[in-house]
Design a protein around this ligand. Structure first.
Ligand SMILES: Cc1ncc(COP(=O)(O)O)c(C=O)c1O
Length: 394
């Protein structure tokens, strides 16, 4: 029996694939340094753990409303008011099983067969696959490295057709760590207004910014942009809660209602205990978030310094998230490899350092390194990469 067409062209997540290979090598006893992970290495803060334990003790272990418990929705609307100065009612919020499932459900309720969604590349690996699963068509627009991997309004304008329904903006970005400024978002917003496009604003790395730049949501810029934006966010990256699976979407009532209907027939609800943990995250003080941000900031400075000393590795310093996305094409060529994918494979085989090739993100000259690991591990990884390049260049 053949499987459904929709899964036949599905590509496995390249980030998960490299993490799995690194784990397998580790299990065989190799001293592997994994820089592939897309999750903070810190424990979930204590006050959040305690809230989850309390929820269990109080019997909050049953089905909840499909779109999340009202207390958590209240906390999310308060967060959006506090951080983005945006007013939402609870009917405009859905709590989901991670931000990933918010995006998945959104594309399901939005797209008909052949509807196009503009995806700036480099992109987070799941966007194109999720769009395809909803029978939509991802339209990849290559952002220039010289423009910090950000698309321009002209590029967006050029990519719009009569079938375009939405565009994705992910700032700070996975995999590049780059951020759009208010002015850049304004200019992109004008194109979206002109062509009546919906904006999917993925703000999951909002709290992880290491410069003076302020995070801006495109929904903040005008009433019209507010109406046409669905904000996606969650606690995974901000509060080191990847395993708890809590995210949310905020947007137009009709969209959120359709998403809740869909959730009622798929997930029923996000895990009740995890919802109470997320409630504590959004209502607690953010000192734990700030501590993690400071640690990431120190690691970014250090790793960026070490990497850019390696011949053939070119890397602009990003503003946010916890990734570096250097161009290693010259290093791969000077080492005698056909391309970056091979270079990455050989690096894992020979030096046991796991990076994610940029090809999975639509950017084949780059690699993604996550600095969600200790400074000591990062230093060792940089030394091994340096040695690897030196050995192959000589
Ligand atoms: C850009 C981006 N959006 C969404 C997600 C999904 O996050 P969650 O763990 O909340 O599903 C990730 C996680 O890697 C991400 O990098």
């Amino acid at each position: 029996m053949e499987l459904a067409k929709r899964v036949q062209s599905l590509t496995p997540s390249s980030t998960l694939a490299i993490t799995a290979k690194a784990k397998a090598l580790k299990a065989e006893g190799h001293d592997v340094i994994g820089l592939g992970a897309g999750e903070p290495d810190f424990n979930t803060p204590e006050y959040i753990l305690n809230a989850a334990k309390r929820a269990m003790d109080e019997g909050l272990t049953k089905y909840t409303p499909a779109g999340g418990v009202p207390e958590l929705k209240n906390a999310i609307t308060a967060k959006l008011q506090r951080d983005q100065n945006l007013n939402y009612t609870n009917e405009q919020i859905i709590v989901t099983t991670g931000a990933k499932h918010a995006l998945f459900t959104l594309f399901q309720v939005l797209l008909n067969e052949g509807d196009e969604v503009i995806v700036p590349a480099p992109y987070w690996v799941s966007y194109p696959e999720q769009i395809k699963l909803a029978e939509g068509q991802p339209v990849i627009v290559n952002a220039e490295e010289s423009n910090q991997f950000k698309i321009t309004p002209e590029q967006l304008e050029k990519a719009v057709t009569s079938k375009t329904k939405a565009v994705i903006i992910n700032s700070p970005s996975n995999p590049t760590g780059m951020m759009y400024s208010k002015e850049e978002l304004q200019a992109i917003g004008e194109v979206c207004e002109k062509h009546d496009l919906l904006i999917v604003s993925d703000e999951i790395y909002e709290k992880l910014i290491y410069t003076e730049e302020q995070h801006v949501s495109i929904a903040e810029l005008s009433d019209s942009l507010y109406d046409r934006t669905v904000i996606i966010n969650g606690v995974s990256k901000s509060h080191s809660m990847t395993g708890w699976r809590i995210g949310f979407a905020a947007g137009r009532k009709d969209i959120i209602k359709a998403m809740s209907n869909m959730a009622s027939h798929s997930t029923s609800n996000p895990t009740s205990i995890a919802q109470y943990a997320a409630l504590a995250a959004y209502t607690g003080d953010e000192s734990a978030v700030e501590e993690m941000r400071e640690a990431f900031s120190e690691r970014l400075d250090a790793l960026h310094g070490w990497l850019t000393e390696i011949p053939g590795v070119e890397c602009e310093k990003p503003s946010g998230a916890f990734y570096l996305f250097p161009n290693v094409q010259k290093a791969a060529e000077s080492c005698g490899f056909k391309g970056v994918d091979e270079w990455v494979k050989a690096l894992l085989d020979e030096e046991k350092v796991a990076l994610v090739p940029g090809s999975g993100f639509g950017s084949p000259e780059n690699v993604r390194l996550s600095y969600a690991t200790s400074l000591d591990q990062l230093q060792q990884a940089a030394e091994r990469i340096k040695r690897f390049v030196k050995n192959h260049q000589s």
